[in-house]
Design a protein around this ligand. Sequence first.
Ligand SMILES: Cc1ncc(COP(=O)(O)O)c(C=O)c1O
Length: 385
Amino acid sequence: MTTDNQDGFSTRAVHKGRGFAGTTGAVMPPVFMTSTFEKDNPDGFDYTRSGNPNFRLVEEAIASLEGAQFATCFASGVSAITAVLSCLKSGDLVLAEENIYGCTYRLLERVFNKFGLVARYCDLSQPANWEEIRRQKPAVVWLESPTNPLLKILDIAGISAVAAEVGATVVVDNTFASPYLQRPLELGATMSLSSTTKYVNGHSDCLGGIVATNDTAWHKRMLFAQKALGLQPSPFDAWLTTRGQRTLALRMERHCANALELARWLETRRGVRMVRYPFLPSHPQHELARRQMKAGSGILIAEFDCSTEKALEFCRKLRLFTLAESLGGVESLVCHPPTMTHAQVPAEVRRKVGIGDGLIRFSVGIEDVADLRRDIDQALTEVIG
Ligand SMILES: Cc1ncc(COP(=O)(O)O)c(C=O)c1O
């Protein structure tokens, strides 16, 4: 099996990461469930905290899919974020999009803040605010696009160009798009970080994180963080990620088609105050989304005119959407961000960035879309009217 640089995304997703079969001819690599390796082996492994064949396979494959020279895998998306932030020093400034994932916010405010890291936030979907990058000269500009949960689209190329003027590193959390829909490094970012727990694995059966980059110094730092902080995944989880990656393109196509259809329908449905989906013309950054992403991904949000209690009642009435954290798996999930993923963000911050009590996030799975639509319709009729 060989792949070359002309192979398309789906071909690379299927064929990359098939090494270490030895003389067995195994088409799928085995799981190397070993904590340690005999000294001086030709592949250079020593101890699984600092490397394992299953890590190398997932890293090689995701690097290729992200269009990167290097990738480093971690135990979860939060481990990957920890790895990047651990490389900064006291007094460094992180200028972050104001609507980042709640646990990224928590890491900045409640963990790294204690060690002197400073984080400031602004609405980077507004080009006028990019001036803050020139003015504040941060060490790192932290982006997420689409953002969680508001699905704001940030102009990665535009922001990266401004960050380059002041020598700032640009990190893009690419979890919601996946490398199938968006490749931040090609748009000028320094690092593309993903929770592979979501779309890349796609089956809700393991956690993982990855950081892809073309920057040799950052790659070395990521390898150091993987072993020095003990942020590595288990070989089995790395293997599950490789297995999930094989079908990434196919799954994303169905996620995107289903989500777009549901978003279009919800916009016309009584009782729905607002629907947001990057590929709907009503999305504030619709043109940018079409430029930057291949399709709109599988997440959509809707706001109902209701209290937290009613919003949760709606979620519980759904038959096919399970009320659960996470997203990006083959099965549809629903989430109430104010009481779940973003509960640790202070209420006033939530309100300021637009996370209201009636906000619902749907992670649209790959089921038959007619069934998903019927399910939302019956729950809406019963609870909201
Ligand atoms: C945008 C984003 N980044 C990072 C993470 C963290 O990933 P993990 O749960 O794998 O630690 C999540 C999890 O929901 C996420 O939505």
